[in-house]
Design a protein around this ligand. Structure first.
Ligand SMILES: *[C@@H]1O[C@H](CO)[C@@H](O)[C@H](O)[C@H]1NC(C)=O
Ligand SMILES: *[C@@H]1O[C@H](CO)[C@@H](O)[C@H](O)[C@H]1NC(C)=O
Ligand SMILES: *[C@@H]1O[C@H](CO)[C@@H](O)[C@H](O)[C@H]1NC(C)=O
Length: 197
């Protein structure tokens, strides 16, 4: 009993649909890395004739959990601080301090993040940045993680990793969501394969 449809053509269509599915999934689940200050300027004390401040740049972008910031700098540093220290440009007791010249900072939770330069006078000159991180689209269908003790992150106590990121790592929810997408896709692929055999 030879079927009269062309198997290769069906195959192609199925593969094409699968490819599309994967592309949509990848886009939905992709994490982005943002270059702070653009590729050329980087993280540097503003001279005053920049086309936009770091915060104007941040306002133009949308940041999600899982995304990261890339800071490129020389003879400078990146301090992660709380809201109070941010507004005062206070460099004492930051939550995190980086001075390796190339810092990738990934957002493990949503809320506000405050960055300032640790160099004298740089923050006051405008080398500071507020980033508002939103829940990743791929993570929205899952139940909301319990609110972290510091609320929107502005009331951080300055104590290490745990109190900053909070106990429930939102990252794992995303990984699970991504994993379930892949499992679904894999299942779909198997069903299609089976139908074609
Ligand atoms: C203004 O920016 C230009 C490049 O865009 C630079 O060459 C110049 O030195 C800057 N002026 C000041 C005062 O920093
Ligand atoms: C960084 O500091 C070193 C040593 O003081 C100096 O040679 C270099 O020019 C500085 N780089 C910048 C971009 O200021
Ligand atoms: C912000 O951080 C500074 C420095 O660690 C600390 O002294 C201050 O109490 C913190 N403020 C809040 C509201 O957590």
């Amino acid at each position: 009993m030879a079927s009269n449809f062309s198997l290769p053509k069906l195959c192609k269509n199925a593969l094409f649909s699968l490819l599309l599915m994967f592309m949509v999934m990848v886009v939905a689940a992709a994490s982005f890395q943002f270059n702070v200050g653009g590729r050329e300027r980087g993280w540097i004390k503003p001279t005053g004739n920049e086309s936009e401040t770091y915060n104007e740049w941040a306002a133009r972008n949308r940041f999600h959990v899982g995304d990261s910031l890339y800071f490129k700098y020389e003879n400078d540093s990146v301090l992660v601080v709380n809201k109070t220290s941010y507004s005062k440009c206070s460099v004492s007791n930051p939550i995190f301090k980086f001075e390796d010249g190339e810092t990738v900072f990934q957002f493990h939770r949503y809320g506000f993040f405050y960055f300032i330069s640790g160099e004298r006078g740089h923050c006051k000159a405008g080398q500071r940045l507020i980033v508002r991180v939103m829940v990743h689209p791929a993570a929205t269908p899952s139940p909301e993680p319990a609110p972290s003790p510091q609320g929107d992150g502005s009331g951080n106590e300055g104590g290490g990793w745990d109190s900053f990121w909070g106990p429930p790592p939102p990252n794992s929810t995303i990984k699970l969501t991504v994993a379930s997408y892949f499992m679904t896709a894999l299942g779909g692929m198997l069903v299609i394969m089976y139908l074609l055999m």
